[in-house]
Design a protein around this ligand. Structure first.
Ligand SMILES: [Fe+2]
Length: 150
């Protein structure tokens, strides 16, 4: 089986720097997780996978807040897509807590979470860009950054 490449590509650019920076950070997590998989080193996988989950959950809330603030008409539908994704990452969190082989969790997350993200960024996220860009309130966004990411 060929290994999917979960890495940043300029195809993913939304043109909203705050969002693009967060998407890039998500791919950085995957790069680190990939290195652990290649080395067969499970010791760092758990904190990396938890870090990724934590970060992606904050990122989804960030996106939702910008969509809502911008009056994006498809906001509720987009949030439901995020809700389904949140349930998937919750399962991985539970697996890590339940003593599953961390390298197996890492490989599964790479294909499942990684490919979902690529697909979501390339398609659904592109739909909110025009509305969010037009209505972006930088003060609101920066307060939100502080609240969600410390
Ligand atoms: Fe999204």
């Amino acid at each position: 089986m060929t290994t999917p490449k979960i890495e940043w590509s300029s195809d993913f650019e939304t043109g909203i720097d705050l969002i693009d920076d967060q998407h890039k950070r998500l791919f950085d997590y995957f790069t680190d997780i990939q290195h652990c998989i290649e080395r067969g080193d499970g010791s760092q996988v758990e904190p990396l996978c938890r870090g990724l989950i934590d970060y992606v959950l904050s990122h989804l809330v960030f996106e939702e807040s910008l969509m809502e603030q911008a009056g994006y008409p498809m906001f509720e539908a987009h949030r439901r897509v995020h809700d389904a994704f949140r349930r998937r990452v919750d399962d991985y969190w539970a697996k890590l807590s339940g003593g599953a082989d961390p390298l197996k969790v890492a490989r599964d997350m790479r294909t499942d979470v990684g490919l979902w993200l690529i697909n979501h960024i390339k398609h659904e996220d592109k739909h909110y860009v025009a509305q969010v860009k037009k209505n972006l309130d930088r003060g609101f966004a920066s307060r939100l950054l502080g609240k969600l990411f410390g």
